[in-house]
Design a protein around this ligand. Structure first.
Ligand SMILES: Cc1cc2nc3c(=O)[nH]c(=O)nc-3n(C[C@H](O)[C@H](O)[C@H](O)COP(=O)(O)OP(=O)(O)OC[C@H]3O[C@@H](n4cnc5c(N)ncnc54)[C@H](O)[C@@H]3O)c2cc1C
Length: 406
């Protein structure tokens, strides 16, 4: 067992850290206040090869690993603890990878290089107004017309990046989870399309949207998407007809692992700010770090952060083994490790955020100290994005205890 990074991974980490410190960290509050548009941030990420890290170089990617993607997400989240930059990057790790695995050649050749350059965004359109956890019950319909074009009808809710797509020069689309079978067929009647909302600079007909007003992570918009007959050519189907559930789950597994990494980055940033603060904040004549109520809690969170970080790296490593073709690592293990990574890292990052706010005292309640901006970013994943906590436990229990008991 080796807990060190390879020489290549170390060099990669150093170069991402240098970029994040120089370009992102000085302007992260501007990103959160929407003064530095995420589309411009994306162009910078694309220039240095941080979009589509595991994509093949054939499609403009880096031929990188999920471990490298996790390291990058952690560093970007440390530099922008509101999480907008890291979330942009991680979504463009997971969902384009799914397109690479299940998309048709002409689609991959056209869209993925644009994603890698930061000129297109691929999001996920899973959640609907009736709920996000029960993906097998999606109601959005895909109907095939004569001539082979599909039309999408239905409502998707809380979709990240729709306005981003519309603002980017090429555009992009969402991995749309749709019903092509009967409702009672559940996951066996689900098909996934890369539903293009803007392609080659032209906005598609047949949809409308509006952004919600988030409580945090303001830099990356999330909103409601109404599909009103959006046309999708057959070549944009990902995988097989009625075989889309598995395709979508692969994307969620990967995204969860990298979300874990982003949450670790934000938690590390919070802990480092806290360390400076507790040593210099003097109350009752002593720095608050000298009170064990503070330093022991710091020690506990530090130890748990180390454990969660290892769980995240392991999940990325398991994904690399699986996708590298090692038969010893099944898809089920990728799912269990990804759910565990997200569960441990996100809940810990929220706890760290709350504790650090208490150490900062009243000052933390004001935007100027910026601590709350990070907590609010992490909260998006705590309340549900890419799988609510109970759903992560459901996945782990099903895979470990057994489907027949859960
Ligand atoms: C900032 C943000 C960005 C998002 N971006 C996207 C996006 O880009 N694309 C997208 O498709 N979605 C997105 N989402 C939505 C997210 O995926 C959903 O919030 C999530 O899947 C949960 O769905 P829900 O909110 O409808 O909760 P529900 O599914 O209604 O669940 C409500 C509660 O019930 C619990 N619950 C449900 N089933 C069970 C069960 N069997 N056992 C025990 N407890 C259960 C859940 O854990 C949860 O606490 C985003 C959400 C946020 C906050």
């Amino acid at each position: 067992m080796d807990f060190g990074l390879s020489r290549e991974d170390k060099l990669f980490l150093e170069s991402v850290r240098a970029f994040a410190e120089r370009v992102i960290a000085p302007r992260w509050v501007e990103i959160d206040e929407r003064k530095w548009p995420i589309e411009e941030v994306a162009a910078r990420l694309g220039e240095v090869g941080l979009l589509g890290i595991p994509l093949s170089s054939k499609y403009g990617g880096q031929d990188g690993t999920f471990l490298q993607a996790a390291l990058a997400a952690e560093e970007l989240a440390y530099a922008d603890p509101s999480l907008a930059t890291a979330v942009y990057m991680l979504l463009e790790t997971a969902w384009p990878y799914v397109v690479q695995r299940y998309g048709r050649e002409e689609v991959k050749g056209e869209v993925l290089p644009e994603v890698a350059r930061g000129r297109a965004f691929i999001g996920i359109g899973s959640t609907e107004p009736q709920g996000g956890s029960d993906v097998a019950s999606v109601q959005t319909k895909a109907v095939r017309e004569d001539g082979g074009v599909w039309r999408l009808y239905g409502e998707k809710n809380m979709v990240t990046g729709v306005s981003t797509i519309l603002n980017l020069p090429y555009g992009g689309g969402v991995v749309a989870i749709t019903r092509t079978g009967r409702p009672e067929e559940k996951h066996r009647g689900v098909t996934v399309f890369l539903a293009m909302l803007k392609r080659r600079g032209r906005v598609s007909p047949g949809f409308s949207h509006r952004d919600w007003e988030e409580v945090g992570r303001h830099g990356l918009p999330t909103g409601y998407l109404m599909l009103e007959g959006l046309p999708v050519e057959e070549v944009f189907m990902l995988g097989e007809l009625n075989g889309g559930f598995k395709v979508a789950m692969e994307g969620f597994n990967l995204a969860r692992t990298i979300i874990g990494a982003a949450s670790i980055g934000a938690a590390r940033w919070l802990m480092d700010r806290a360390l400076e603060w507790i040593k210099q904040r003097v109350v009752f004549g002593r720095p608050i770090a000298s009170y064990q109520a503070v330093s022991f809690k710091f020690a506990e969170l530090y130890a748990r952060l180390e454990a969660a970080r290892l769980a995240v790296y392991k999940a990325a490593w398991v994904a690399d083994r699986h996708y590298g073709g090692d038969p010893a690592f099944s898809m089920q293990e990728v799912a269990t490790a990804g759910a565990s990574a997200k569960f441990l890292a996100v809940s810990l990052a929220v706890e760290v955020g709350l504790e650090v706010m208490k150490w900062f005292g009243g000052a933390s309640y004001f935007k100027e100290t910026n601590v709350a901006r990070s907590l609010l970013g992490v909260l998006s994943y705590y309340v549900g994005a890419e799988g609510a906590e109970n759903i992560l436990k459901l996945i782990i229990a099903r895979n470990v205890v057994g489907r027949e008991f859960v």
